[in-house]
Design a protein around this ligand. Structure first.
Ligand code: DX5
Ligand code: ZN
Length: 224
């Protein structure tokens, strides 16, 4: 499996959402990255179920839903019904993370856990075998267009080594400040899925930018 590219819909033009979804459909992108923010866990509010359902109506690729919300357990079934293929919750928002992961799987979705920049990957040791994906936040969550935090590269490498022992098929996703300038380094460190918002949608040709990100080489591991 080559690395995956997940354009973040947060950076799309919401007045032309269908057009931007069709652009992703016809591009080399693999997933739609869908950022849900509640104004409590992060200092910003994005969108909820009606918009996700509208995305799902036109999207021909899996929806990768990143929940930046407190108490995500309350809404997991609704996100699954709205069309999520992958549901990622934040470690920092889940006091009963094992139960939350079970609920995501019971709803028929792949389960991911996101880590804020200050949260060490070692805290995932006892849940790693149960996860499909870990999302390393390479900016503080809440906004697109921020600067990449370079310490994320060490976190990816450390997590890749941890996963090799207990869950070699684990996907490592990275989110925030990603573009053509750092994609190769991220893949080399052990990333599998690159999220890109502003790099894609601010590009002169978003389709060509997605193709360029897809063609970057340097991937550390090739999962089957
Ligand atoms: C930030 C979101 C990201 C954001 C990335 O909280 O989780 O997915 O859209 O945007 P860029 O690629 O512009 O940093
Ligand atoms: Zn995100």
């Amino acid at each position: 499996m080559p690395h995956l590219i997940a354009p973040s819909v947060l950076a799309a033009d919401f007045a032309n959402l269908q057009r931007d979804i069709e652009m992703i459909n016809s591009s080399q992108a693999d997933w739609f990255h869908v950022d849900v923010m509640d104004g409590v866990f992060v200092p910003n509010i994005s969108f909820g179920f009606p918009v996700i359902e509208a995305i799902k109506k036109y999207a021909k690729k899996p929806l990768d839903v990143h929940l930046m919300i407190v108490n995500p357990d309350q809404y997991i079934e609704r996100f699954a019904e709205a069309g999520a293929a992958v549901i990622t919750v934040h470690y920092e928002a889940c006091p009963h993370l094992h139960r939350t992961i079970q609920a995501i799987h019971a709803a028929g979705c792949k389960a991911g856990v996101a880590l804020n920049p200050h949260t060490p990957v070692t805290l995932l040791k006892d849940i790693l075998a149960d996860l499909d994906m870990v999302l390393i936040m390479s900016v503080n969550p809440g906004f697109g267009g921020q600067k990449f935090i370079s310490n994320s590269l060490d976190k990816i490498a450390e997590l890749r080594a941890m996963a090799a022992l207990v869950n070699p098929g684990l996907l490592i996703e990275v989110d925030g400040g990603i573009g053509i300038h750092n994609a190769g380094l991220l893949l080399k460190a052990g990333a599998d899925v690159l999220v890109a918002g502003s790099a894609v949608f601010a590009a002169a040709s978003p389709t060509e930018m997605i193709a360029a990100l897809k063609q970057v080489e340097g991937r550390l591991v090739q999962h089957s």
